[in-house]
Design a protein around this ligand. Structure first.
Ligand code: AMP
Length: 272
């Protein structure tokens, strides 16, 4: 194999192997990206600082409702030490706290509609500024869900190294969601058939809840919204996207995800 540079000359085989093995194209892209976003007065000093800073994972996981994003995120967060940020969880937490933002968001959530971009973008922006995220990196789950959200992220210089799309057929989504039950105390998620709650624990069985937006009507609306926005979002992440069959066991999916995180983000377990 050989490659042509811009003058038309071929690069020697060893040079190509070196570039690939050391992830040089990704490195160059990262540096160029930082320069474009920050436009520093002293580019060389700025680049030296960027290179000295630790590389933390910046990841997005996407897919229809109940695609298994939450499960993959738990595995990824545990293995790579990255902070898992689920916008659905952030919104549910705000709703429980009873503030103005939470109450406003709840109206949309209960109908299975998207919360307006300006509300969710601000919530995510605030979360990504926190120190744990700066030190450990981020794994976004459920964001961006519209092209505007993706563009707002790009404008803020938040570019992922990897965008994972879990593809799951609609009928599987509906079956998964109708059987989904949540324990409000431990926040554990069960499925009545595939991952049943502990049958001997009457207390847990008693308190299990079905999410207000897990009804058949709400699910259909959420799926329709997902399909309407999906292509436009994927388009924003073409260079870093990885589509996986989400209708497999969590462990099988995680093996694929994990290989890509290591390759794309150039990271090992608990990389800091
Ligand atoms: P999820 O737990 O990810 O299924 O999200 C639950 C609900 O929260 C969604 O149906 C939306 O109403 C809202 N939500 C979560 N993430 C977003 C987002 N990125 N943009 C708008 N609404 C969102």
């Amino acid at each position: 194999m050989s490659a042509m540079d811009t003058t038309g000359a071929s690069l020697p085989e060893e040079a190509i192997q070196y570039l690939q093995q050391k992830n040089i194209p990704d490195l160059m892209e990262r540096l160029l990206h930082e320069l474009i976003v920050k436009q520093p007065d002293e580019p060389l000093r700025f680049l030296a600082e960027v290179l000295a800073a630790p590389v933390v994972p910046k990841l997005i996981i996407s897919g229809p409702p109940a695609a298994g994003k939450g499960t993959q995120c738990q595995l990824i967060a545990k293995h790579f030490g990255v902070v898992h940020i689920s916008t659905g969880d952030l919104l549910r937490q705000l709703k429980e706290e009873g503030g103005k933002e939470g109450k406003e968001a709840a109206v949309y959530m209960e109908k299975g509609e998207l919360v307006p971009d300006e509300i969710i973008v601000e919530i995510v922006r605030q979360r990504l500024c926190k120190e744990d995220v700066r030190n450990k990196g981020w794994l976004l789950d459920g964001f961006p869900r519209t092209r505007n959200q993706a563009l707002a992220m790009q404008a803020a210089g938040l570019i992922p190294q990897l965008f994972v799309l879990l593809a799951v057929p609609d009928e599987v989504v509906i079956e998964r969601i109708e059987g989904r039950r949540v324990d409000p105390v431990t926040r554990k998620v069960y499925h009545l058939t595939h991952n049943p709650p502990p049958q001997h624990d009457a207390e847990v069985l008693e308190r299990l809840q079905q999410r207000a937006d897990d009804t058949r009507d709400a699910v259909r609306r959420r799926l329709a919204t997902y399909h309407r926005n999906c292509a436009e979002i994927v388009e924003c992440y073409q260079c870093v996207s990885l589509e996986l069959d989400g209708d497999r066991s969590p462990q099988e999916i995680f093996e694929d995800v994990s290989v890509s995180i290591k390759a794309k983000a150039n990271l090992g377990p608990h990389a800091q």
